[in-house]
Design a protein around this ligand. Structure first.
Ligand code: XMP
Length: 544
């Protein structure tokens, strides 16, 4: 398979670069700048992209690379820090400017460059740099500039070296996607052979070969990753796969049944499905516990115990499935430069007392959007494929304070109303804007078309994650002629790209009003609704 390698110098958009390249249907991987060059070349990349980074190239100890990288005959594109590094290493000069160039910036392009061919001569790009290229290395020509930056892009066609000072991977750069497409296809010569239907066929073949007649065990949460992994495996080895679904009583309304409807004996897939209804067991363990970390720990540990109990009943298995995806690989420091491990996301971790020989991670190379596309290729219902992120500890961390069955009911009902109203408002927006309803999807739409419809064509206010939470606060209200003393529900809705930072979403007032009045009228035990305006940081997305 044709491959591009992204060398990570620690910049904030590095995963985004890789995702954008893959959107051009070209496979790419991220590797740290510390990886030796011969190892990179052994991968036979069609091209190399150098990312941005937090330091200055002239600082002592700054991330760097050798000259040989640029002499290997492979096309190289340096972005931001990567652009400056290329210049510095090849004998150009990088200096600190008096003013930082930051934000949307009008830029003039030489459209004779293969990077910008066919694009407008002037457009908006996203700049974020203090240092600038004050002198280019020999053999380079400037092919873009702004008022403040004489070298916004440059090239040495003969050596297939290209550099861009701004960030084509960021959506604010109007034609960024096309520029990357030009690099990977026209300059590196990639055909665009990375496609999800091919991935599915290939994975099924590889999994069959690897598993043979072995037995496979998978913990199914109903989340996107584990659902897609499970279906992929069921396609590959059918009933050799057993999925254990632990319903901890902290799922959203009807979710347990929805998961069972898809994966259970009446669903379309052939696999062994075990649902464990453990709600009461969890409520007993959680009774009276209000400290968030303690709650998380109890929920995680209980999951492991139940999973182990079920596994014991099944006996020895050969393979255990994990829903690891590519950002997990990069973030755990195995791929790229950043070593941030979101430990709290691996609740549970690996069970210690399950008898298995090997771990299978069929989604290890995929970004989240690719996992969703694979899900659609596999025919998984859209409610599961486009499910919002839902934390492992579930509603347990959306109920501030101690958890009871009664509080779970309140959050489930309030949350269901909230989701229903947002979905209705989004559909209404689509109708008003002529999307869908005849102009949208036909029944024969391809997975890619269905993906685009679901993801791209939403109102601007559409949150990336939204849910109701139960504050532990009760307050006085009136209902009819009676005084009430009931709970306050908090509505959360955030816009985010990577879930590391987030802003409160700007949901239309009338939608919020409708949600408020329905929850108050329909959910017993609630007499007040609040909207959480906090961004992350300082808040987190979840409440605990
Ligand atoms: P926070 O609350 O840390 O959440 O801002 C960021 C994203 O991660 C999800 N989240 C979790 N996911 N197990 C998970 O699988 C967890 O324990 C967990 N805690 C938070 C959260 O829903 C948001 O999308």
């Amino acid at each position: 398979m044709q491959k591009i390698i992204v060398i990570d110098f620690g910049g904030q958009y590095n995963q985004l670069i890789a995702r954008r390249v893959r959107e051009c249907q070209v496979y790419c991987e991220i590797t740290s700048w510390r990886t030796p060059l011969d190892k990179i070349l052994a991968e036979k990349p069609m091209g190399i992209i150098l990312t941005g980074g937090p330091s200055s190239v002239y600082e002592e100890g700054a991330a760097t690379c050798g000259r040989e990288l640029f002499e290997a005959g492979i096309p190289v594109l340096g972005l931001c820090y990567g652009a400056q590094l290329m210049m510095q290493v090849l004998g150009g000069k990088v200096e600190r400017a008096t003013n930082r160039e930051y934000g949307k910036t009008r830029t003039v392009f030489d459209t004779r460059s293969a990077l910008f061919a066919g694009l407008p001569e002037s457009s908006i790009v996203w700049m974020s740099h203090f240092d600038y290229i004050s002198r280019m290395a020999e053999g380079f020509t400037s092919v873009a500039h702004t008022d403040n930056c004489p070298v916004a892009a440059a090239e040495c066609v003969e050596k297939k070296l290209y550099l861009i000072q701004f960030h084509p991977e960021v959506l604010h750069t109007e034609y960024g996607r096309q520029m990357l497409d030009h690099f990977v296809k026209d300059i590196c010569g990639c055909d665009g052979d990375w496609r999800m239907d091919a991935f599915v066929q290939n994975q099924i073949r590889v999994l069959r070969e690897r598993i043979g007649d072995g037995r496979v065990l998978c913990a199914l949460s109903g989340g996107v990753d584990s659902s897609v992994a499970a279906v992929l495996l069921s396609r590959a080895v059918g009933k050799q796969l057993t999925c254990v679904f632990v319903d901890h009583g902290l799922l959203r309304k009807n979710e347990g049944d929805e998961v069972e409807a898809v994966f259970g004996p009446n669903g379309p897939y052939e696999l062994n499905f075990i649902r464990v209804n453990a709600a009461q067991r969890y409520y007993d363990k959680l009774a009276g516990v209000s400290e968030p970390e303690r709650k998380r720990k109890i929920i995680g540990e209980e999951f492991i115990r139940i999973f182990e109990e079920e596994a014991r009943k099944i006996g020895a298995v050969d393979f255990l499935v994990q829903g690891t995806i590519y950002p997990d690989v990069v973030e755990s420091g195995l791929g790229g430069e950043s070593a941030v491990i979101k430990s709290h996301h691996n609740v549970g971790g690996l069970p210690e007392h399950v008898d298995f020989k090997e771990i299978i991670e069929p989604l290890r190379d995929l970004f989240k959007d690719e996992v969703r596309k694979v899900g659609l290729e596999l025919g998984i219902p859209e409610v599961l494929v486009f499910r919002q992120p839902f934390p492992g500890p579930g509603l347990g961390i959306r109920i501030i304070g101690d958890v009871t069955a009664e509080k779970v009911r309140i959050v489930q009902d309030a949350d269901a109303i909230y989701r229903e109203e947002i979905a209705k408002a989004a559909e209404a927006w689509k109708r008003e804007n002529g999307i869908g309803g005849g102009t949208g999807l036909t029944e024969n739409a391809t997975p890619q078309e269905r993906y685009d419809y679901a993801v791209r064509q939403n109102p601007a206010w559409m949150p990336d994650q939204y849910f109701a939470a139960l504050t532990n606060m009760r307050s006085v209200g009136v209902m009819g002629d009676e005084r009430t003393y009931d709970y306050a529900v908090a509505l959360r809705a955030v816009r985010t790209v990577d879930f590391m930072t987030a802003e409160a979403a700007d949901i239309p007032w009338e939608v919020l009003q409708r949600v408020m009045s329905r929850i108050i009228n329909e959910v017993r035990g609630v007499n007040r609704i609040m909207y959480d305006l906090t961004s992350k940081p300082p808040g987190t997305i979840e409440m605990e």
